[in-house]
Design a protein around this ligand. Sequence first.
Ligand SMILES: Cc1cc2nc3c(=O)[nH]c(=O)nc-3n(C[C@H](O)[C@H](O)[C@H](O)COP(=O)(O)OP(=O)(O)OC[C@H]3O[C@@H](n4cnc5c(N)ncnc54)[C@H](O)[C@@H]3O)c2cc1C
Length: 259
Amino acid sequence: MAGSADLADYVVAPKAELLAQLVSAQSPAAVLVAATAEGKEIAGRLAIKTDSGVITDAVGLGEGFVADQSIFGGGVNVHAKVRKGTPIVAVRPNSTAPVTSAGAGTEEEVPVTLSDAAKAARVVERVKQEKGARPELTEAAIVVSGGRGVGSAENFSVIEGLADALGAAVGASRAATDAGWYPHQFQVGQTGKTVSPQLYIAAGISGAIQHRAGMQTAKTIVAINKDPEAPIFELADYGVVGDLHQVVPQLTDEVAKRK
Ligand SMILES: Cc1cc2nc3c(=O)[nH]c(=O)nc-3n(C[C@H](O)[C@H](O)[C@H](O)COP(=O)(O)OP(=O)(O)OC[C@H]3O[C@@H](n4cnc5c(N)ncnc54)[C@H](O)[C@@H]3O)c2cc1C
């Protein structure tokens, strides 16, 4: 554990420098970071500093640190392994379910000594973005997304209702965000956010390749669509053929009953 104001007061450079110091002092088997925007930048800088290979956006990690990656917009799954230096792997948040392990590590306090170069870019102001109680879309364990089938901005309350019952984030297809029914920052897909939750519920979404690119690494996919031929069903683990305006509120009620 490294506790220092310097790590928070400057942008990513101090974190990469500290990790590089730890790699050289401790020779770890691998370094894992979260594949957030910040985590990936740290991973890249750390790879340069330690002359190591880096893998980003891993959705799984197996024996020998072989990483599973979904590439080319989700069209191809590959297994990748770092062959040089200390493997540095940025793993997508929530892409693996946490399990308790008997051999869990111990927490150790480490001193932080940073170079002036690492402190070149300072954070001068923080503006808190107003957001509700929902989890961040790219980090949520459950995502409930709505598409053109939702029908209007007002109807997105149906999607939000289910998301809130499940403690989930809300996502949307591009058709829904382009229509102005939901803000663009919640768009899932090739030109939106990439999510890898444990559960992804797609309601009124056809399953276009560009949408799949952002969600097909989800562990379990549930599709609700009134068209039994909708391509999303090819990808879904569970499918409900029906009108989402009937199915989703019923599902929300059932979830609420079990709480
Ligand atoms: C370069 C490029 C980038 C793109 N990037 C993205 C991206 O990042 N993300 C993205 O999502 N798209 C993206 N798209 C758009 C993509 O091709 C599709 O047009 C879009 O995903 C369709 O959204 P949709 O599934 O909500 O709408 P539609 O394809 O119109 O599907 C709506 C679905 O809702 C169902 N439905 C309708 N009413 C109901 C109801 N009452 N109950 C249940 N089901 C109902 C219908 O049967 C249908 O299957 C991109 C396109 C291009 C060309």
